[in-house]
Ligand binder design. Sequence first.
Ligand code: HEM
Length: 121
Amino acid sequence: MESKKSLYERLGGMDTVNSAVDIFYAKVMADETINHFFEKKNMKKQIAKQKAFLSYAFGCPMNYTGKTLRKAHKKMELNESHFEAVAGHLIYSLEELNVPGDLIDEVVTITLSVKDEVLNR
Ligand code: HEM
């Protein structure tokens, strides 16, 4: 029987998640096309949001107890370019951490699979 490690584990577990949160957060907040969505939010909530985001992207939503993605993003009127900006920052963050390309591809697949939900389509 195949006992394949979870994507989360293969990505490097908590160390990678923590480093990715720091890098991803800095990129999102430096991006003027999307940082206004995150203004007026306290830092603690912000980090929690990035961790929740990455948990989703890393394929471990079972620890997730927050709102549905549709509900969480409903009032933001997000469009394709907002989504691409966030997804791009995630990919570049993982590249900076030297995560192998095939694992990044898996992350991209998961991210794209929730796109309609996030964009409320
Ligand atoms: C793959 C795409 C995305 C995923 C998986 C994702 C994931 C999440 C999660 C898990 C939360 C927390 C929900 C909760 O409060 O319980 C959240 C909140 C949030 N997301 Fe996303 N997100 C995505 C895309 C985006 C995009 C494109 C933007 C804006 C450019 C965005 C902006 C926000 C903001 C501002 C919040 C905080 C909402 C609040 O505190 O009221 N997200 N997201």
